[in-house]
Write a protein that binds this ligand. Structure first.
Ligand code: MD3
Ligand code: FE
Length: 210
């Protein structure tokens, strides 16, 4: 479904095998050089989601190669198979002739939501690329809120994201406000090896070089 120009929702795109591989991989990445952390915000707060990054380390509001706000370690590399998955995702959302073959995501932000986690309305503007963001959801459903580019407030569209859903945000939707007002706590996705909570994996091009 096209939710807005460039914003395409593909329910159930990830099969069980891929969901399981991603869940296993997220666990492994969380045991890598930089563990899952609740990111500290400049205002003194802390995010309710738990995050681990690949390729580049995100913190508000910049990317770095080392996790200076966690343990100083260099982040794990961005694996080739996620580049391939990102290209397949773009082909699925936009079609074969959309230039998906030139998509080369170099960072993944992996967010884990427990039943009480949320993400306030924000725009993702740290990237120096206008390439689309690929979002993959696994586990408990959530309410995803998609808003406007110019203003944080209404009107917005609420969409339920469920386990296996793909969402691609490109073109005019790339810099729109969005958030996750709530998780619909349930049983996770047992078939994928996730007993509770929600995982969201976003693939992005940072446009950065060392
Ligand atoms: C629209 N994550 O990591 S995914 C984020 O479910 C983030 O964890 C949410 O917002 C989550 O920054 C929403 C959907 C998403 C991700 C990035 C976007 C939507 C986007 C970037 C631009 C526009
Ligand atoms: Fe975001």
């Amino acid at each position: 479904a096209v939710v807005a120009p460039g914003a395409v929702h593909v329910p159930g795109w990830l099969g069980t095998e891929l969901r399981r591989r991603l869940v296993d991989s997220c666990r492994a990445w969380g045991r890598g050089p930089v563990p899952f952390r609740q990111t500290a915000l400049p205002g003194g707060g802390v995010m309710s989601v738990r995050t681990v990054c690949l390729g580049w380390h995100w913190q508000p509001y910049r990317y770095s190669r080392t996790a200076d706000d966690v343990n100083g370690a260099r982040v794990a590399a961005f694996p080739r198979w996620l580049v391939a998955l990102g290209r397949r995702a773009l082909e699925e959302a936009y079609g074969e002739d959309s230039g998906a073959g030139g998509y080369t995501p170099d960072t993944a932000l992996i967010n884990f939501y427990d039943a009480d986690a949320r993400m306030g309305m924000h725009r993702d503007r740290e990237e120096r690329s206008t390439a689309p963001v690929v979002s993959l959801s696994i586990g408990d459903p959530c309410v995803f809120r998609f808003g406007n580019t110019g203003t944080r407030g209404r009107p917005w569209t609420d969409v339920e994201l469920r386990s296996g859903d793909l969402f691609v945000f490109g073109g005019p939707s790339r810099f729109a406000y969005h958030g996750v007002p709530r998780v619909l706590a349930g049983t996770g996705d047992p078939a994928a090896g996730l007993a509770s909570g929600r995982l969201n994996i976003t693939l992005r091009e940072t446009g950065l070089t060392d």
